[in-house]
Design a binder for this molecule. Sequence first.
Ligand SMILES: Nc1ncnc2c1ncn2[C@@H]1O[C@H](COP(=O)(O)OP(=O)(O)OP(=O)(O)O)[C@@H](O)[C@H]1O
Length: 280
Amino acid sequence: MTAILSAEALRYAFPGDVTALDGLSLSVAAGESLAILGPNGAGKSTLLLHLNGSLRPQGGQVLLGGAPVGYSRKALTAWRRRVALVLQDADDQLFAATVFEDVSFGPLNLGLSAAEARARVEEALEMLSISDLRDRPTHMLSGGQKRRVAIAGAVAMRPEVLLLDEPTAGLDEAGSAQLIALLQGLMARGMTLVFSTHDVELACALASRVALFRAGQVVGQGAASDILSDRAALTQVGLAPPLLYDLALRARDLGLLDPTAALPRTRAAFEALLQGWAKR
Ligand SMILES: Nc1ncnc2c1ncn2[C@@H]1O[C@H](COP(=O)(O)OP(=O)(O)OP(=O)(O)O)[C@@H](O)[C@H]1O
């Protein structure tokens, strides 16, 4: 595995001696979609803030493309061009008057020509399906629209890695489904994603790999299909398998499903299983 971004033995405590990262190590491979999965307070947001240099570790180090990162202004600017972070609350991220201006901010700051910046903005708006919102005031958008504008602003930088903190938090079912489809589209274009969540269904829909977090440490990691169907591993972080896996595991326990058969990850795959059982 070629690590594009990695954390080695990171330690970080907030004032008051609140340990957020407790010797945490993790690598991100190019082209993968990594879910940082764990309960509230496990250290997920703190890790993401370290992965784009917004926080500096008190112990350990972050490596980008295999080399330790620097924290000078110049080094941080170069780093954030390659690794973009989308915050959980879009209101913390959006500040320009209109959607177009907001998404333009990053590309213009890169020193690109107006024409090149515009092309990148158009592309990002298109990728997030918000071209029609381009002239709208950012403060008059819905939560889901704001989230997409914030992601477009990050995508317009053409980063190598996109970090997303709880990308579907606060969205309704339709808004979540739409955002998941858009993020799947970014993955299909080869974007490397790292996202934090406590939602096993989101991890199931979007992750190729999952790292389980608890108390500032990684307590398990592996292919999404392995981790998300591992009841014991999920239980140690207070979670249970996603619904489809849970039902399929139950079917396996009842002898309905061959123990070596792959578990269904989508509704369509589960439906195919049901059709097979109906024919028996
Ligand atoms: N600004 C802060 N000041 C003090 N303590 C903080 C601060 N931010 C986070 N913490 C603490 O650090 C620990 C890790 O928090 P973090 O936000 O990284 O967890 P998380 O896994 O992202 O949680 P959530 O799912 O609730 O967003 C928690 O104990 C939290 O209370």
